[in-house]
Design a protein around this ligand. Structure first.
Ligand code: ZN
Length: 342
C-alpha cells in the first residue's frame, strides 16, 4: 500500500469550537495527522509527499468563488483589529434568503452553516494540502499503484461545492472520485465515517456514474441532521445511485458489518472501475464522539469485506478523533485491507 500525505496538513489547528452554548475542544486537531503518520511509518508502508501542483482539480467539485473566499478570508478578517483571533461566523442565510453579500461577515455566513469550521492563519494551506493529497492519491492509483491511502486531514465529506461545514472545507473524496473517473469511468464511494456524507451525496446526486453508499448514525439523532435518510436515493439520471443506511445510536459490530456487506453487494452490482473509501474511525467504541461501538476487529472485518470487491481502491481519511485507540483503528483497517496479519 502506498501512503500519500503533506506536512502542511498540520498547519490548521484551532483548539476550540463553539457548540452547546460554550466553547469546547475542536475535534480535528493537528495531532491526528501525527498519529496517522506514526502508524503508517510503523507499518513500514511506502510513504510519499504529495506535490501541491494540481490546484485546478479542486474546480471539478468546488465553485471558484468559494475557493477564492477560503483563500482570502483570514487576511480579510485580520484587517479588523477589533475582531477575535479565529474566524467564526455568527450569521447565516436560511431557506428564504438567497442573496450573497460581499461584506465579510455576511459572506462568511453564506459559505458556512455553523460554527464548526474555525479558520486560523494557515487553514487554507492545510485544507489545500489535504485536497492535493487526495488528488495525488487518485493519480497514483490511476498510474497503477494500488491500493493507495490518502492520509487526508482536515477531512472533507461534509463539504458542499460552496459550503464549509462539520470541520470540512474541501470535499477530498469527491475531488478524488472526479479525478478517478478520467481513468476508470464509473466510480463507487463507500463512506464508513459515523456521520452521513452529506457533501459527497450532494455532489453526485444526479450522477449515474458515481455510486455513493454511506453507513452512519441516524441523522434524525445527530449531525448532519438535514440529510442522510434512507429515502434519499439520488435524482434524475442518478436515481438509485445513492444508498443510505442510517443506524441507531450505540450500533455495534454485527449490524454495522451487515450494513457494510449490503453496501458492498450494491457496489458489486454497480461494477465500478475504481472505489473510494471515505474512511472515518469515529464509529469506534472509544472515539470521543461516542456514537457507535465498533471495535478494532470490526474495522478489520470491514476492511476485508471492502477489499473483497477487488477493484482499484483509494482510501481517503475522514473523521476519527483523538483517543488512545485512534492509531489502533487505523492499523487494524490497513493491515486487514492488505491481508496482512495485524
Ligand atoms: Zn464523522
Amino acid at each position: 500500500m502506498l501512503v500519500i500525505h503533506h506536512p502542511d496538513q498540520a498547519l490548521h489547528d484551532p483548539d476550540q469550537v463553539f457548540r452547546t452554548g460554550k466553547f469546547i475542544a475542536q475535534p480535528d486537531r493537528a495531532e491526528r495527522y501525527r498519529v496517522f503518520l506514526d502508524i503508517v511509518t510503523q507499518l513500514k508502508l511506502e510513504i510519499a509527499v504529495a506535490p501541491l501542483d494540481q490546484a485546478d482539480a479542486i474546480a471539478a467539485v468546488h465553485d471558484r468563488d468559494y475557493v477564492e473566499f477560503l483563500k482570502s478570508v483570514h487576511s480579510r478578517w485580520i484587517e479588523h483589529p477589533d475582531y477575535g483571533p479565529v474566524v467564526i461566523p455568527n450569521v447565516h442565510p436560511t431557506h428564504r434568503m438567497y442573496r450573497r453579500p460581499t461584506e465579510l461577515l455576511g459572506e462568511l455566513g453564506w459559505y458556512s452553516n455553523s460554527t464548526s469550521c474555525p479558520i486560523v492563519t494557515d487553514t487554507w494551506r492545510a485544507v489545500f494540502a489535504s485536497a492535493q493529497v487526495a488528488v495525488h492519491g487518485a493519480d497514483r492509483l490511476s498510474a497503477g499503484n494500488g491500493p493507495v491511502y490518502a492520509m487526508c486531514r482536515p477531512p472533507g465529506h461534509h463539504a458542499y461545492p460552496d459550503l464549509m461545514t462539520g470541520v470540512c472545507f474541501l470535499n477530498n473524496a469527491a475531488i478524488a472520485a472526479r479525478r478517478l473517473m478520467r481513468s476508470f469511468g464509473k466510480v463507487a464511494i463507500i463512506d464508513i465515517d459515523v456521520h452521513h456524507c452529506n457533501g459527497t451525496q450532494f455532489v453526485f446526486w444526479e450522477d449515474p456514474d458515481v455510486f455513493v453508499a454511506s453507513i452512519h448514525v441516524d441523522p434524525s439523532l445527530s449531525a448532519p441532521y438535514y440529510a442522510g435518510y434512507a429515502d434519499e436515493t439520488g435524482a434524475g439520471q442518478g436515481k438509485g445511485a445513492n444508498f443510505n443506511q442510517p443506524l441507531p445510536w450505540a450500533t455495534g459490530n454485527e449490524p454495522w458489518l451487515k450494513a457494510i456487506e449490503a453496501a458492498v453487494s450494491r457496489i458489486r452490482g454497480f461494477a465500478p472501475g475504481a472505489l473510494v473509501v471515505s474512511l472515518g474511525f469515529d464509529a469506534g467504541a472509544e472515539d470521543p464522539v461516542g456514537t457507535f461501538k465498533i471495535t478494532g476487529d470490526g474495522f478489520a472485518e470491514a476492511a476485508r469485506r471492502i477489499a473483497g470487491l477487488q477493484v482499484p481502491t483509494l482510501l481517503v481519511q475522514e473523521g476519527g478523533y483523538l483517543s488512545p485507540a485512534l492509531g489502533g483503528y487505523l492499523q487494524s483497517f490497513l493491515t486487514a485491507f492488505e491481508g496482512r496479519a495485524s
